[in-house]
Write a protein that binds this ligand. Sequence first.
Ligand code: TMP
Length: 254
Amino acid sequence: MARRRQLYEGKAKILFEGPEPGTLVQYFKDDATAFNAKKKGTITGKGVLNNRISEYLMMRLTEIGIPTHFIRRLNMREQLIREVEIIPLEVVVRNVAAGSLAQRLGIPEGQRLPRSIIEYYFKNDELNDPMVAEEHITCFGWASTHDLDDMIALTLRINDFLTGLLLGVGITLVDFKLEFGRLWENEEMRIVLADEISPDNCRLWDAKTGEKMDKDRFRRDLGKVEEGYQEVARRLGILPEAGVRDMKGPEAIQ
Ligand code: TMP
């Protein structure tokens, strides 16, 4: 089979032309970067795990009616997705103070927030993804107020659902980052969830011990990085090494 044409290479994924118009193939690399690529490394097996974890979470979100770009997983490192026009925003949801919020506002990491917070960052590596307000987003036309309403409604539902799903397997969803895209179908535009949901763009802590199981292990040189990602997949019952026949559902934790 002829090699697929590469359309875009990002820090953690590559996009190839898909088999049919309106589709793309999303390839998950083992490359890891942090602090706008100032720190670079490889997390062996990360691509395989993120492909599986993101597939699983996107499928579960589809079941509750969240529209996503995900169509199906093709193999260990690739998934078929719908081609969307990416909205140039990173939508961050926070349930517990950590990372840049803790640092910027001097709030102790680990402090539960009285209510979930949504923040927006403008996706622009040259500018270091600056935080922006709704006013900037609508003023510069990155998204309309209607798009924002849709994104906020989807984000809050995704947060509620994933918080419960992960708590069921003993994981606290501290914060995470989403990206959305525009999908046109018969002249109608819909906002759909795009990108990926994986330990690369979530903070996931063991609900009892607070142990980190996400990319902070890489960002902060905590060691056992692969093990963190594997543990998330294991708890969700989707560790690829378990073999397809042995794949269980999520393991309930008391
Ligand atoms: P932050 O605390 O560094 O702002 O990160 C908040 C969340 O967003 C965290 O779960 C990690 C995720 N994130 C990304 O996915 N990409 C990024 O470039 C950054 C800075 C954070």
